[in-house]
Ligand binder design. Structure first.
Ligand code: PHE
Length: 376
């Protein structure tokens, strides 16, 4: 900048009085203003500050060195004052600009951070109800609508409730069919035992013990269903598990007939499997029902024509049931001459399988989400 006036002493610039000084400073101030006008960015700001306030070679340093220090005594005061004013002006203007640049940057980063409400959200996979749970709930709903109530009972049972009071005495062959888990006694612990008889406790092999427990506590009319887990010593495969699920049903009152029983069964099956399904009762045997039946339905897969699932018979087995055997009433102080009723034991896995055509029981227990999601 060879033309830069600040590089020359005042005398050389032909400034000899206070007016001249004022004009000179006014020019410098204008120069600053025009530079400030064009240099707007944050980088420009650093450059401007260096050019004007830089200690070694800034304009204000040059003015100090070239104008103020060598100025004649009569102008020193005017130069000093003007220099101070200029300095204050430059500093204030740069500070104002700095704040403006900062505010703009804040605004820009706010804009960047602002939520875009049109973007798709983070979608968390929703859990689904397990198919067995869905079957439980559906069946409960059907029986609740018929006036039944839902009760629960212990999974660890006594042989009395699991067998004896259900008319299955100690050496009855029916005990063999239900391969039972008995509780062992941990070393040093008081034996798990059934009261004075000292017989080991067991894991219930069916929900039927709750028939007895309910009738012990409650006078007729009784209308209950009992959803729950049951245990048998089976090796797990496509059709067996050592834990599975049942829903027991029991209705006892003064005038319950076989017709009521058959009607209830038919109503339930149609509600659960669909209105086209027909039922049939086939003679069977349980120690605690008499007569006992297996409830069959027309095959849900072929509509009764015959297919692989029903082994060409057109019928599939649903569950066991029957009229409560009067012998059971003896264990709960019910009067068999006055009272009658029926009971049924629904296999929850079996009914779920028929509804959704699942052919491997183990799928229910593996909790593979690819399987479970299909029941959403
Ligand atoms: N408790 C029987 C079972 O588990 C089923 C059943 C229940 C049969 C009630 C008749 C009446 O096999």
């Amino acid at each position: 900048m060879t033309n830069d006036p600040t590089a020359k002493p005042l005398a050389e610039l032909g400034v000899a009085d206070a007016q001249g000084v004022a004009r000179l400073f006014a020019d410098v101030k204008n120069q600053f203003t025009s530079e400030l006008d064009v240099k707007q960015s944050a980088n420009d700001w650093e450059e401007l500050r260096g050019a004007w306030l830089g200690r070694k070679s800034g304009v204000l340093t040059r003015i100090t060195d070239n104008w103020l220090k060598p100025s004649p005594p009569e102008l020193k005061r005017a130069v000093g004052q003007a220099l101070n004013e200029l300095k204050a002006h430059v500093e204030a203007a740069l500070e104002t600009r700095r704040l403006a640049i900062e505010a703009a940057a804040d605004q820009a980063s706010l804009e960047r951070e602002r939520e875009d409400l049109s973007l798709p959200g983070v979608i968390r996979a929703l859990g689904t109800r397990h198919p067995l749970r869905q079957t439980f709930e559906e069946i409960e709903k059907i029986f609740l609508s018929l006036g039944y109530s839902v009760v629960a009972g212990p999974e660890m049972e006594t042989p009395y409730y699991n067998f004896e009071a259900l008319n299955i005495p100690e050496h009855h062959p029916a005990r063999d069919n239900m391969d039972t888990f008995y509780m062992s006694t941990p070393p040093g612990a008081a034996p798990f035992a059934e009261g004075a008889q000292g017989k080991p406790l067991l894991l219930r092999t069916h929900t039927s013990p709750m028939q007895v427990r309910t009738m012990e506590k409650q006078q007729p009319p009784v209308r209950i269903i009992v959803p729950g887990k049951v245990y048998r010593r089976d090796n797990p495969d496509a059709t067996h598990g050592f834990i599975f699920h049942q829903i027991e049903g029991l209705a006892v009152d003064t005038d319950i007939t076989f017709c009521d029983f058959a009607g209830t069964v038919e109503y339930f099956v149609r509600e659960f499997l669909g209105p086209k399904v027909k039922t049939r009762l086939r003679p069977s045997y349980f120690p605690f029902t008499e007569p006992s039946v297996e409830v069959d339905a027309t095959c849900v897969f072929c509509g009764g024509k015959g297919c692989n699932v029903c082994k060409q018979s057109g019928w599939i087995e649903l569950f066991g049931a029957g009229m409560v055997d009067p012998a059971v009433y003896g264990f709960v102080n019910y009067d068999p001459k006055r009272l009658s009723g029926f009971a049924f034991g629904l296999g929850v896995e079996r009914l779920t399988q028929l509804k959704y055509n699942v052919n491997d029981l183990q799928l229910y227990y593996q909790n593979d989400v690819r399987f479970l999601r299909q029941f959403a």
